[in-house]
Design a protein around this ligand. Structure first.
Ligand code: PMP
Length: 406
């Protein structure tokens, strides 16, 4: 506890004026972290963050995914600062909005048009709304096992999230088992006409290729639209989207997170004829064309398309996963890295799994590493950072071994 006194003070202050431990993003709150853990970050640069107690860390939480180039990337900073000086919001649209849209249509196969919003939740909701408008149908099928944001249409399916959402919204959403083509086919045959099928094609898991191919075919056969939620995957897979990586082009894609290296931007992209249906429904926001995010997106896209960002992230991620597995194996700790190099988690099994996980996180933090609940390596993580992290994994595995057999 003594390592984090200022974090604790901020948490106390937050709790006195805000609900939910003051966490504006669920996963940033202390509820899933060990007791001895930093709660408040002061600043970040490249792969590193400093907490409010002055402790520094190699950070792999990457703000839960948006940070793809590293914190406070100089190229993004330069673009944003230039834009701040020119003004970030006006009463008419500005050219960077068009430029970013053009850019996205160039780099993402199947993105024939773009509608900007401010978050991943906005983006998936916009896709669902335009799909319903285009097809004139209400029912949306959602592959389970995923998260699609905080808006009503999805939260009505969630245990906590359904509170505060009118129950009749549930009538127009049907969940089906992830990766089950049989369930999807059944749902498409048995139910009312389906507007869209929403799938998160990968995160720290991956959809089976035949499932995605089958989903595409079934959607075509049934006049339903296929929506990929690429909020997490964009920028983290070879080819930039999972759609491109898998060779399957959905009708619509929802993008967010890594689009602008931490600046708030989301986008719904897809088939031109479908996207034109935005003219017949309502998606609009005072801040949707806000220009610091556009400047950040332009700068981020420049790097993503001209430097080996994805290769680098995968190389570092591979070393981390391999290093973790080896460290756990050497010390006989039941732990395994699961997922993909660009997005994975460190898991533990057995009766003390939860205790091991929390202890792992706390011990890593006290040695200057924040692996987070999900690990998102960035372009800024150097070989030295990763080697040091793997060394920390070995040291922590040693502590866990002692704890486990004590
Ligand atoms: N879709 C997916 C797959 C996500 O992981 C998230 C957020 N983690 C969202 C949508 C919602 O994005 P946001 O939090 O930016 O609204």
């Amino acid at each position: 506890m003594t390592r984090y006194p200022n974090s604790q003070d901020w948490l106390t202050r937050a709790r006195s004026v805000m609900p939910c431990d003051g966490a504006q993003t669920l996963s940033k709150g202390p509820s899933r972290n060990p007791e001895s853990y930093p709660a408040y970050i002061d600043r970040g640069k490249g792969p590193r963050v400093w907490d409010v107690d002055g402790n520094s860390y190699v950070d792999y939480m990457s703000a839960l995914g948006p940070i793809i180039l590293g914190y406070s990337d100089p190229r993004v900073n330069k673009a944003v600062v230039e834009r701040v000086e020119m003004g970030n919001l006006f009463s008419l649209e500005s050219p960077p909005v068009v430029e970013v849209a053009e850019r996205l249509t160039t780099i993402i196969p199947g993105a024939e048009a773009v509608r900007f919003v401010k978050s991943g939740s906005d983006a998936v909701s916009a896709a669902v709304r335009v799909a319903r408008t285009y097809t004139g149908r209400d029912l949306v099928l959602v592959a389970g096992n995923s998260y699609h944001g905080s808006h009503n249409w999805f939260q009505v399916t969630q245990e906590l999230g359904r509170n505060g959402v009118p129950g009749n919204e549930r009538q127009n959403i049907q969940m089906f088992e992830y990766n089950s083509l049989t369930e999807l086919a059944g749902a498409l045959n048995n139910l009312q006409p389906v507007a869209a099928v929403v799938i998160e094609p990968a995160r720290d898991f991956t959809a089976d290729l035949p499932f995605l191919q089958g989903a595409k075919r079934l959607c075509e056969e049934n006049g339903a639209l296929l929506i990929f939620d690429e909020v997490v995957t964009f920028g983290r897979w070879p080819g930039l989207t999972y759609a491109r990586h898998s060779g399957i082009t959905p009708d619509l894609m929802a993008l967010g997170k890594a689009l602008a290296n931490g600046y708030p931007l989301g986008a719904c992209v897809g088939r031109r004829d479908v996207m034109d249906a935005f003219e017949r429904c309502f998606i609009s926001g005072t801040y949707n064309g806000e220009l610091t995010a556009m400047a950040a997106a332009k700068a981020t896209m420049d790097v993503l398309t001209s430097e080996p960002v994805v290769d680098h992230i995968w190389r570092q991620g591979r070393k981390l996963m391999y290093g973790f597995n080896e460290a756990m194996r050497e010390h006989g700790v039941p732990g395994e890295a699961k997922g993909h190099p660009s997005c994975h988690r460190y898991t533990f099994t057995g009766p003390r799994a939860q205790e091991l996980k929390l202890r792992f996180m706390a011990e890593c933090a006290s040695r200057g590493v924040l692996p987070g609940l999900i690990t998102y390596p960035t372009y800024a993580h150097t070989d030295a950072d990763v080697d040091r992290t793997v060394k920390v994994f070995h040291d922590v595995a040693g502590v866990l071994e002692k704890e486990l057999w004590a």
